[in-house]
Design a protein around this ligand. Sequence first.
Ligand SMILES: *Cc1c(COP(=O)(O)O)cnc(C)c1O
Length: 371
Amino acid sequence: MSIPFIDLPAQRRRLGARIDQAIARVLDHGAYILGPEVTKLEEQLAAFAETRFAVTCANGTDALQLVLMAEGIGPGDAVFVPAFTFVATGEVVPLVGATPVFVDVLPDTFNMDPASLEAAIGEAERQGLKPRMVIPVDLFGQPADYPAIQKVADRHGLTVLADSAQGFGGRLNGKSAASLAKYTSTSFFPAKPLGCYGDGGAIFTDDEAVVELLKSIRMHGQGRDRYENVRIGLNSRLDTIQAAILLEKLDIFPDEIEARDRIAQRYNDLLKDVAEVPVVMEGARSVWAQYTILVDDRAKVAEACKANGVPTAIYYPIPLNQQGGYNMFPVAPGGVKVAESLSRRVISLPMHPYLDEATQDRIVAVVRGAL
Ligand SMILES: *Cc1c(COP(=O)(O)O)cnc(C)c1O
């Protein structure tokens, strides 16, 4: 019997007829674009995130781009992004004409290193760029060190946009991680901790003025009505059907986060003597988008898993600064050695809230056998 990497059918069985009924209600009322479920979801997401506002959009990449557009980021501006992340974090920066500057990450949490950020700001200035924004990432579900990053950002007048595509639901020092930066973005791609049945995304903020701006930009830059266009925008709305699905899934999300945490702790206990297991910062709660260990002989572990029906994944095999589309952009002084080392040593194991102990034991036995 092969083991799924993420078991979405198990979640679907748990939700029973709820999703089908939610979709049927949308088909009945027919407001497919910005229907009542979208408004309701935005209210419930904001309450969950402990922010004043949530603005939904078409996907997590657009969520990042909408914020850069709302902040007027463009040519000559530097935006600081970790070198060790999914490509979308870096991709949106040249899309608005600005320059991404790659920052190294910390060896224990894999999240942005505040000291490397400080050095990268100096480098951007030397290259004649204007430091404007920083996009820390909540990699694999764990919040970045927002208090430390905010200090560096405040010293240099940077706006913080948290890329929490993997970290929605995470917490830091008793607060929702989505409430810590001026902007937090997330993704509802099916494999994310809170996923829909297609593409989706959202932005969280407490700033009422930018909410109107974000809503205008996601609707072709609309003004007072649909046919007045006061700025350049995108077509980036969350479908009503996806909102209806997310309302049902949000209801069980806190319980799923608990399950993920229990499963991750169990992996830690069973693997910590043979591999470097994930480290969660003091005061942080991860939502475990991935369970990722560090090993020296990754190929051996991957092969043993494959031979025994255990799926694994490498997030991410090439840091952004080494990607063909990105290797011309500046890098923090001293390089991004941690990102480069992690990309050679990481391997992610099956992780989802419905992973039972017997299946987890099978996975652990294969990994232990290889090591
Ligand atoms: C998934 C992801 C995104 C992009 O989300 P999409 O909804 O797929 O556009 C952005 N940043 C990170 C870190 C991600 O993991």
